[in-house]
Design a protein around this ligand. Structure first.
Ligand SMILES: Cc1cc2nc3c(=O)[nH]c(=O)nc-3n(C[C@H](O)[C@H](O)[C@H](O)COP(=O)(O)OP(=O)(O)OC[C@H]3O[C@@H](n4cnc5c(N)ncnc54)[C@H](O)[C@@H]3O)c2cc1C
Length: 538
């Protein structure tokens, strides 16, 4: 009894002082951990580059062929040997139940400046491709603001950026995939060859249809800076309407900006960011702001200052692309509440963010439970014309700000026929005269308001209600985050028609886990969420 009380007090102290614990222990440990990881990756690469891409892929094919010769009773489903803690996903898929195949593929293979494509191996990270492409005058058409995300992970999961209102999801910028299938063959998959059915199912497949060993991605020509215009909005109708217009959702001929996003700070307070590639002349030099320097305010805090009065500035392109990296969007605030204080930034800002890999590596059962019971990490793709209802629902269920909004095209590629896990948008929602509809990513990250205020909160209810809303409006939950859906509800949200055909055609059954089994949380989030539910009078 006494022990229980001491334990409860200790947990409460740790929760109340989590910032201190993270600063004193996690940040230095994460720094050392990262040095070790970088050294390991450096050595891995040094050894892997003495072989050619073809040899490295052959090694993976040989391992799959060996696996296929195992007796049925010994054949566990296949998965990559990449440790869970290296992945940005919040879930911990139990890889011990699988036959793990190392995918040691970390190289940029070629740049085709004529056709504007780059060919890479899947473990190249966003930070690495920025360093490679930007000095040459290019960037990926679609990327992600987290430097540690891998180009392969984004291809088999999902990727979306502030350029997506022009081109769609990351998958729309993929020209071809190189995939090792369950029979050990290596095939090149494009939207027009004999594997075009597979082409449409690989995004959102999470490694359940084959191993990704190469990727050709579309790139775009860039200028060294992004000219940013910050537009403050003081009513929900204002930002909902403006973003429809600025994204081209109301008129296909609208001249849209290169980059577009909204950060919502309160139901009626938001800043719309309009960015365009730019050169900077001597007159504009004083307006340059490199937002990624460790001593600068976190990007979303900086943007918040434009609520009072709009403004403009020039951000170096690489800093723009990684602008949310330092505060992991705004997740860091719930870990280090004083992390944006100027004194903290000046002395310890360079240690931020704690590496996602370190945070995952040191996750205990209790911390894992807190990631969905006392926090929320959700990215959800929904039709942009429902933005008002999206915000109202998210605020009612989670009451946490800011909210992230990236407009994004979702295409109808096959005239309404099955086209992978994402359905063709309904005809009534297409932007007139086009084959796409304007959706948006709604990012909800942080500590729910009721948890912060120690009020009634039931994570299971909140998450399931958000998922129901998502299904009702024809949207999709990103699968890197915890899902609370049953398989039936999952199959209602995602179209599994073509996926099931492709699994049969490429002998995936018995070789790779099914999608729902791969992405569903490794623990019973529904039951655990219920046990964490806080009632009003507690
Ligand atoms: C706070 C936060 C905010 C985020 N916001 C956004 C956002 O705004 N927009 C966005 O697009 N995403 C966002 N994400 C999600 C992120 O894009 C995903 O986690 C993405 O999958 C990239 O992560 P990764 O490289 O670690 O991939 P992983 O998690 O390693 O891979 C994704 C899936 O693909 C499989 N896989 C990877 N490589 C291979 C391979 N070679 N062969 C077979 N299978 C493979 C993995 O097993 C896994 O199932 C956010 C994530 C966080 C934590």
């Amino acid at each position: 009894m006494v022990l229980e009380r001491v334990k409860a007090k200790a947990i409460r102290w740790l929760e109340d002082n989590r910032g201190l614990v993270i600063v004193l222990f996690c940040l230095p440990a994460s720094f050392l951990f990262d040095l070790f990881i970088q050294l390991r990756i450096y050595l891995d690469r040094k050894f892997s580059t003495v072989t050619s891409h073809k040899q490295r892929v052959q090694k993976i094919q040989d391992q799959v062929t060996e696996w296929s010769k195992l007796p049925k009773s010994e054949k566990k489903p296949l998965c990559t040997a990449r440790p869970n803690w290296l992945s940005l996903s919040t879930t911990f898929f139990d890889k011990k139940k699988c036959h793990q195949v190392p995918i040691d593929l970390h190289d940029v293979l070629s740049l085709d400046e004529k056709n504007l494509t780059v060919t890479v191996e899947p473990n190249v990270t966003v930070r690495e491709i920025c360093k490679y492409l930007i000095p040459k005058g290019y960037t990926l058409a679609v990327t992600l603001e987290i430097g540690d995300a891998t180009l392969g992970g984004l291809a088999f999961g999902v990727g979306m950026t502030t350029y997506s209102h022009k081109v769609g999801l990351y998958q729309e910028a993929i020209v071809s995939y190189e995939v090792v299938t369950a029979d050990g063959n290596m095939i090149t998959v494009t939207d027009s060859n004999e594997h075009s059915d597979l082409f449409y199912c690989l995004p959102w497949s999470h490694g359940t249809l084959g191993f990704l060993v190469g990727l050709t991605l579309r790139i775009v020509k860039v200028k060294p800076y992004v000219h940013m215009q910050y537009i403050p909005c003081h009513s929900q109708d204002e930002y909902c309407q403006k973003i429809m217009e600025l994204s081209g959702a109301t008129n296909k001929d609208t001249k849209v900006a290169d980059y577009l996003e909204v950060t919502i700070y309160d139901k009626n307070e938001a800043v719309i960011m309009v960015g365009n590639f730019a050169d900077v002349d001597s007159r504009s030099k004083p307006k340059i702001n490199d937002v990624c320097w460790f001593y600068k305010p976190w990007f979303y805090k900086h943007v918040e200052t434009f609520l009072r009065k709009g403004g403009e500035e020039y951000i170096p392109l690489e800093s723009y692309l990684l602008r949310h990296n330092r505060a992991i969007f705004w997740v860091l605030e719930s870990m280090i509440p004083f992390g944006n204080h100027p004194v903290f930034r000046a002395f310890l800002g360079w240690l931020c963010p704690p590496k996602p890999a370190f945070l995952k590596f040191t996750t205990t059962q209790a911390v894992r439970e807190m990631t969905f019971a006392k926090q929320v990490f959700q990215d959800i793709v929904m039709p942009l014309d429902t933005l008002k209802e999206q915000v109202d629902t998210a605020v009612k269920l989670f009451d946490t700000y800011p909210l992230l909004v990236y407009p994004c095209r979702i295409y109808d590629h096959k005239g309404g026929a099955p086209q992978g896990q994402l359905r063709a948008p309904p005809k009534s929602r297409l932007v007139p005269g086009t084959n796409y509809s304007m959706f948006n990513d709604l990012g909800v990250y942080g500590t729910p308001g009721p948890v912060e205020r120690r009020e009634a909160y039931n994570p299971t209810y909140a998450m399931r209600a958000m998922e129901k809303f998502t299904r009702d409006v024809g949207g999709y939950s990103f699968l890197y985050a915890d899902i609370f859906m049953s398989e039936e509800e999952f199959n209602e949200m995602f179209d599994m028609t073509l996926y099931n055909q492709v699994r049969a055609k490429y002998y995936c059954d018995g070789a790779f886990p099914r999608l729902y089994d791969k992405v569903k949380p490794e623990i019973d989030v529904i039951a655990i969420g219920e046990t964490y539910a806080v009632k009003k009078d507690e």
